[in-house]
Design a protein around this ligand. Structure first.
Ligand code: NAD
Length: 367
């Protein structure tokens, strides 16, 4: 019998539990076709705080570490706005990323033909767009020391954050980008600000060295991050894979996401390094939040979560055919004009979250 694939489902708060329901149905379907998914579920975020008194309990973290894949919905909401900084729902996400050492954040920006009008750019700029941004997630200025707000004693204060990267931190994320490129358009564009930052100069030198040593078959280019922000708007299809640090990746991936239209369509993956047994930590989640304004109303678009699960099929479970079939099912549902409210065309009655999930499952079964 083939080895079971363990998935820890963490629906979280707000629309999280709603968008996770279709995933459970997809897992049941794939198991009926011979897959070996075993699932367990726990609470995280505000729901974790309510149950355990902290947004990520140690027992939940242990389950996440043991799982092959974590599927996360979303965390947060006004109910927990006054909770202590260290225990607030969003702290659970940062802790999961840090503890699982999820250093590579993959954010695809894909424009489905049926949704081309939802993009903020003209159709000719984004038709067929399919780029992948790989953002370094565990280092850089968000974690560097020293950091803090310091009183200078003369009526002035000083805010400090430190941008810091080492050779191995740069190599491991660049390696993810090169490997991905080999399975896509075979191009990597590395972005930094080496013109004004030493850490950026090191980034460029190390990416260049790794490329020369191991990835000469992949086309490598370098761009300053501010220039990349412009090219993303002027000629986004010129990119295949972009690799960049935590800060610039945060900004560039949000910018790229707007090329595709709705927040409800955008998946993500966060990957760690394979251990000695080849096990690689991985967490898949939609990029949207818990959307308290529509929570509990069956209005949320589940496609970002469904596409995140498709990424898990491809990157964690080595099931590229099933991934492609699921992405095709999403595409065919959109072409059939079945839409949730956030992406509904004028005059088309939107469907609810669960009906959208069921439509994708039906399209998947129909092949
Ligand atoms: P949000 O992404 O939750 O919502 C922004 C807007 O987009 C809202 O109008 C919402 O209704 C809409 N939207 C989001 N997802 C949608 C979907 N799937 N279908 C249809 N519409 C959708 O961002 P926010 O309002 O700034 O944050 C709400 C809460 O979520 C906050 O507590 C925030 O901290 C948290 N948050 C969590 C994550 C995460 O869990 N990864 C990410 C961002 C924000």
């Amino acid at each position: 019998m083939s080895k079971a694939h363990n998935i820890l489902i963490l629906p979280g708060d707000g629309i999280g539990p709603e968008v996770m329901e279709p995933i459970k149905k997809l897992i049941t379907y794939f198991n009926s076709k011979g897959a070996t998914f075993e699932t367990s579920e726990d609470v995280v975020g505000g729901a974790g705080y309510d149950k355990y008194g902290t947004s990520l309990d140690d027992s939940t973290l242990a389950k996440a570490k043991a799982a092959d894949v974590v599927m996360l919905g979303a965390v947060g909401g006004p109910k927990w706005d006054k909770v202590d900084y260290a225990k607030r729902p969003e702290a659970a996400l940062l802790k999961l990323r840090k503890e699982l050492d999820l250093f590579a954040n993959l954010r695809p920006a894909i424009v489905f033909d049926a949704l081309i009008d939802a993009s903020s750019l003209k159709p000719e700029y984004v038709r067929g767009l399919d780029i992948m941004i790989v953002r370094e997630l565990c280092g850089g200025v968000y974690f560097g020391e020293p950091r803090g707000i310091f009183d200078l004693g003369n009526g002035q204060r000083k805010g400090v954050n430190t941008q810091v990267y080492t050779t191995s931190e740069i190599h491991r994320v660049a390696r993810v980008a090169f490997e991905l490129a080999r399975k896509r358009g075979n191009k990597v564009c590395s972005c930094e600000k080496g013109n004004v930052m030493e850490s950026g100069r090191l980034w460029r030198e190390e990416v260049t060295a790794l490329h020369a040593a191991e990835y000469k078959d992949v086309e490598l280019s370098h761009m300053y991050a501010d220039a990349a922000a412009m090219v993303l708007l002027r000629n986004p299809k010129s990119f295949d894979v972009i690799v960049t640090d935590n800060l610039f990746g945060d900004i560039l991936s949000d910018e790229a996401s707007m090329l595709t239209g709705s927040l409800g369509m955008l998946p993500s993956a966060s990957l760690g390094a394979p251990d000695a047994n080849g096990k690689q930590s991985a967490m898949y989640e939609p990029i949207h939040g818990s959307a308290p304004d529509i929570a509990g109303q069956d209005k949320a678009n589940p496609l970002a979560t469904i596409l995140s699960f498709a990424m898990a099929l491809k990157y964690s479970f080595n099931m590229p055919k099933e991934c492609a079939a699921l992405e095709r099912a999403v595409s065919s549902v959109l072409e059939a004009n079945i839409r949730t409210g956030d992406i509904a065309a004028a005059g088309v009655k939107p469907v609810g979250t669960q009906a959208m999930g069921d439509a994708v499952l039906k399209a998947l079964i129909a092949g």
